[in-house]
Design a protein around this ligand. Structure first.
Ligand SMILES: [Zn+2]
Ligand SMILES: [Zn+2]
Length: 252
């Protein structure tokens, strides 16, 4: 059985986590945005035409809605044309098979017939960009937890940047191992503090909406709804992850 790692994390772990804690906002959102940018650069320059890459986006029948938007906004005409030419070619072949099966077969068991006739149309692979995100989480979450377990400077910085967004904190919670309890505890404590601050501001917003308090000056509570959206994973389209503004900063 593997023994729990105790001690100072390797320097590359510290360096990576420190880098992602330079900016405020969720470090996992930053890690994903950077990984996606790196991937996009090579994807549209070269790898969009490599056989195994083509195979994946052909088998996945394109991209998930979020990443289709990314392809639409960032993809050059030539590359997007080539990609959809291959995706459509394969889907048309599947449609021919499916249509022939639908037209010819008159089986008694309708469920089996429907499954057989339409099965060839269904995606057999996941979205290529979602896989990049998943791989980034798999490699970065253990590093983050390891750093937060042992490095006091990074623990303090993690609190300063506002910790992880809700989806990523929950993802960290699913991935944490027994020997990472201290790191996980910090992630959840920061999440609690951030959510409590937003909830307080939301309550303030509704209180000031009451005519009895309407004369009070408006403050950060006016931006609480935007903070909540960002905390729950909202990213403005085509841009790096929006950082959660601190209570003192407000939002433009
Ligand atoms: Zn995040
Ligand atoms: Zn996707």
């Amino acid at each position: 059985m593997k023994t729990a790692h105790r001690g100072v994390p390797p320097r590359y772990v510290i360096a990576e986590v420190r880098h992602l804690l330079v900016k405020s906002g969720c470090p996992l959102c930053h890690a994903e945005a950077e990984a996606l940018e790196r991937f996009l650069f090579w994807f549209f320059h070269e790898s969009y035409g490599e056989p195994e890459v083509v195979l994946q986006y052909v088998q996945s029948r394109g991209f998930c809605a979020e990443h289709l938007k990314l392809v639409a906004e960032r993809g050059p005409q030539w590359q997007v044309s080539a990609m959809f030419s291959w995706i459509i070619e394969d889907l048309l072949a599947a449609l021919r098979t499916s249509l022939a099966a639908v037209a010819e077969k008159r089986p008694s068991r309708i469920r089996a017939w429907r499954k057989g006739a339409t099965r060839v149309l269904q995606p057999t692979a996941g979205c290529l960009f979602c896989d990049v995100i998943e791989r980034t989480q798999e490699s970065f979450i253990p590093m983050l937890l390891e750093a937060l377990e042992y490095d006091e400077t990074l623990r303090a910085r993690f609190v300063e940047v506002g910790g992880c967004c809700v989806p990523h904190a929950l993802r960290v919670a699913r991935s944490a191992r027994w020997e990472q309890q201290r790191g996980l505890l910090l992630v959840l404590q920061v999440l609690q503090a951030e959510l409590e601050a937003t909830k307080h501001d939301l309550d303030e917003f509704f209180r000031k909406a009451d005519y009895r308090y309407a004369h009070e000056p408006r403050g950060t509570e006016q931006h609480a709804w935007r903070r909540a959206l960002v905390q729950f994973g909202y990213r403005s389209s085509g841009t790096p992850p929006t950082t959660v503004p601190k209570v003192s900063e407000g939002l433009e």
